[in-house]
Design a protein around this ligand. Structure first.
Ligand SMILES: CC(C)(COP(=O)(O)OP(=O)(O)OC[C@H]1O[C@@H](n2cnc3c(N)ncnc32)[C@H](O)[C@@H]1OP(=O)(O)O)[C@@H](O)C(=O)NCCC(=O)NCCS
Length: 154
């Protein structure tokens, strides 16, 4: 196998045995991280939870819920040391493709108005704003709204 192929990031189902690594990333990159229970519940609920590994190292993950022909991307994360190298865009593409294969006609997600980097990723990918959820997120001073974005899946 060529070095290029061997070093390509690999996607795999997220298991409870991945959660120590997942939580280390989660706690490092979010002010209000998901808890272990949030991930365990997502796995047990049958949500589509995937890990992205590069040479064995966990570098990202997503959690996607698909129901009633609609995908809801609940979590998309890339470890700080691996950001701005295209992995987030690749992982988003994997999540959207998976939602499509599972019958979704669109995928939607929430993002903090303060999270400019993620908004840039999503809008460059083709997501469009469809609304706002007032006080959706916990924030340092009270609550923060969520911008709701959607992407039609062809
Ligand atoms: C948001 C996140 C998933 C993006 O992943 P990433 O691997 O860093 O992003 P990519 O390298 O694939 O970026 C793709 C494009 O998105 C945009 N983008 C991504 N991060 C950006 C940033 N911090 N500032 C501005 N634009 C950004 C750029 O257009 C970028 O293309 P470019 O690098 O050619 O300019 C990642 O930064 C992350 O996990 N952040 C913390 C958690 C988070 O905010 N998750 C999303 C919650 S809704």
């Amino acid at each position: 196998m060529s070095a290029v192929l061997k070093d390509a990031p690999q996607l795999s189902p997220m298991r409870e045995s991945d959660l120590d690594e997942v939580l280390a990333i989660e706690r490092a990159i979010y002010g209000h991280p998901w808890t272990r229970g949030n991930f365990v519940d997502s796995i047990n609920a049958g949500y589509e939870c995937r890990c992205l590994r590069l040479a064995g190292e966990l570098i990202g993950y997503f959690v996607l819920m698909v129901a009633a022909q609609e995908g809801h991307l609940l979590n998309l994360s890339i470890a700080a040391a691996h950001q701005r190298r295209g992995h987030g865009r690749d992982l988003l593409r994997e999540a959207a493709d998976l939602a499509r294969r599972l019958g979704a006609r669109n995928v939607f997600l929430e993002v903090r108005p303060s999270n400019r980097g993620a908004q840039a990723l999503y809008t460059h990918f083709g997501f469009r704003k469809i609304g706002t959820r007032r006080g959706y997120y916990p924030a340092q001073a009270g609550r923060e709204d969520a911008i709701v974005l959607t992407l039609p899946l062809k």
